[in-house]
Design a protein. Structure first.
Length: 270
């Protein structure tokens, strides 16, 4: 990526990757439309869906759609990560948001919240949360205190950092820095590194600061239906427990009054 380009101040590009999730992608995009008041653009990369979700995306005039027909998708992580890289390549704004298609904004000022986080420190280059595993707080604390494998790993001489990184669920980045440092969302995927993880660690290793947000603070603005794309598409394999949990969460979200209101409001596509 060349660093010889300009980035529009005060504006954000939101990058989303779609693969055969029409209803969730529609909810994601319409929720952005409903709850975002600061200047933004949306770039959606479609990973060769060949279904109604692609037809829906083609109908939207307010997004930039990048299609990947005939692509051989080596893995779900590779397909998602390289899709985000295409979104980033299309970004010409001060900020870039990597967002999952199974993320649903449910409160205004979500983007202002992230921008304020990153702007609170001139050296900060990204802001966002981790896994958003919203267990009761007491259970999270108990698990951390009794996770002996984790304690052993942290005490190891080879331990360099904890496992936290800002996820591409809804992560905000300074676009210019990513271009300047030639950072990508897919860097070491062949080594089993999750999309965006190596990018986050590279920023830290190169002396940049980050602004982590707690799962609970992030959940006050967005919902995330983890693994939804994999659960909805049989070519992916997920554990039965994960599938059951995801389908239950999807039903709760889609049956919520706000989701129904958004999905019924066709004006949000205009």
């Amino acid at each position: 990526m060349s660093s010889e380009r300009t980035f529009e101040k005060g504006k954000t590009t939101i990058g989303i990757v779609n693969y055969k999730t029409e209803l969730l992608t529609k909810l994601c995009l319409r929720s952005i439309r409903k709850f975002t008041s600061v200047p933004y653009k949306v770039v959606v990369v479609d990973n060769d869906s060949k279904d109604a979700s692609l037809d829906y995306l083609r109908s939207l005039k307010w997004i930039t759609l990048v299609e990947r027909p005939g692509q051989v998708m080596r893995s779900g992580s590779w397909a998602h990560g390289t899709g985000l890289d295409l979104c980033l390549d299309a970004a010409d704004t001060e900020y870039f948001v990597a967002m999952h298609s199974d993320t649903f904004v449910h409160r205004a000022n979500w983007l202002e919240f992230l921008i304020k986080k990153i702007e609170s420190s001139p050296a900060a280059q990204c802001a966002g949360s981790g896994k958003m595993d919203l267990k009761p707080l007491w259970l999270v604390i108990l698990k951390k205190l009794t996770d002996f494998k984790e304690w052993s790993r942290k005490l190891s001489k080879d331990h360099k950092r904890d496992d936290f990184y800002i996820r591409t669920i809804c992560g905000l980045y300074r676009t210019e820095t990513l271009f300047k440092e030639n950072l990508r969302f897919v860097m070491d995927v062949d080594k089993g590194v999750t999309c965006g993880k190596q990018l986050y660690y590279e920023l830290i290793d190169r002396g940049y600061k980050t602004r982590p947000v707690t799962d609970y603070a992030m959940s006050s603005y967005i919902y995330h239906l983890a693994h939804a794309t994999m659960v909805l598409n049989p070519e992916f394999t997920v554990r039965k427990r994960t599938e059951k949990k995801c389908r239950k969460a999807m039903l709760e979200i889609l049956e919520s009054p706000l989701a129904k209101e958004i999905l019924a409001d066709d004006s949000l596509d205009k």
